[in-house]
Design a protein around this ligand. Structure first.
Ligand SMILES: [Zn+2]
Length: 121
């Protein structure tokens, strides 16, 4: 069972007390963005086997959103941190590198959408 510690209230809760919110650190697109960029923002998600950054809500606790770094294959948790962080804090990255020396943080870099070929333009 997945167990995470809420960084907002400090309570360690199992996944039945939490609600998943999908991938963390998504780059939002604003007005004036292309349709492809908006489509990528809405639908394109990474699904790695390994280190993943996710949003979680302490639904049956303090109710606040937070972020977690964990391994999707082993459920090993590298750490949790406040949702206000635009990128994983250095201590989280250090914890990941200590246990996964071959890991590279490609999954947290903002993804630019590939321009689609549009024959009518
Ligand atoms: Zn909490």
């Amino acid at each position: 069972m997945l167990t995470l510690t809420c960084p907002c209230c400090g309570i360690t809760a199992d996944e039945t007390e939490l609600h998943p919110g999908g991938e963390a650190h998504l780059k939002r697109v604003g007005p004036g963005s292309s349709a492809e960029a908006f489509e990528t923002y809405l639908f394109a998600r990474s699904n790695p086997k390994g280190v993943h950054f996710e949003r979680w809500r302490h639904a049956y606790g303090c109710g606040k959103w937070f972020l977690a770094a964990r391994c999707t294959a082993t459920l090993e948790v590298f750490g949790t941190y406040l949702a206000q962080n635009a990128a994983p804090p250095p201590e989280i990255l250090a914890a990941i590198r200590a246990r996964r020396p071959d890991w590279t943080p490609t999954a947290i870099a903002p993804r630019d959408p590939e321009p689609a070929e549009r024959p009518n333009e």
